[in-house]
Design a protein. Sequence first.
Length: 107
Amino acid sequence: MGFMDWFRHPDINEGFRRCRETPGAVLLDVRTGEEYARGRLPGSRNLPLDQLSGQAASLIPDRGTPLFVYCLSGSRSAQAASLLRRMGYERVENIGGIGQYTGEVER
C-alpha cells in the first residue's frame, strides 16, 4: 500500500460490481453478526474482524480465492484486508463501507 492509498476511499458500488464479475470471488462482511443481520450486501458471508484470524482458514481454505472485503465505513475492512494478506491470501480487495452502498440490501 502506497502513501496516497491512505487518502483514497474505495467505491463499494464499483467493488461490488467487480466482485460479481469475478469467478469464484467471496464477498466478505467483517462487521459484527448483529450489524450483518440488520442488512448486508447480497451474497455476502459474515466473518467479523475479531474472528478473522481464527476462522478465515476454515471458511476460505484456498489462499488464492479472490476476496472482496467490506464493513460499515471501510475502516475495519481495511484492517481485515491487511490481516488477510499477512495470512497469505493473495487476492484481497477492500471495497469500503456499506454506508455508501446505493443498491438493495438483504436482511
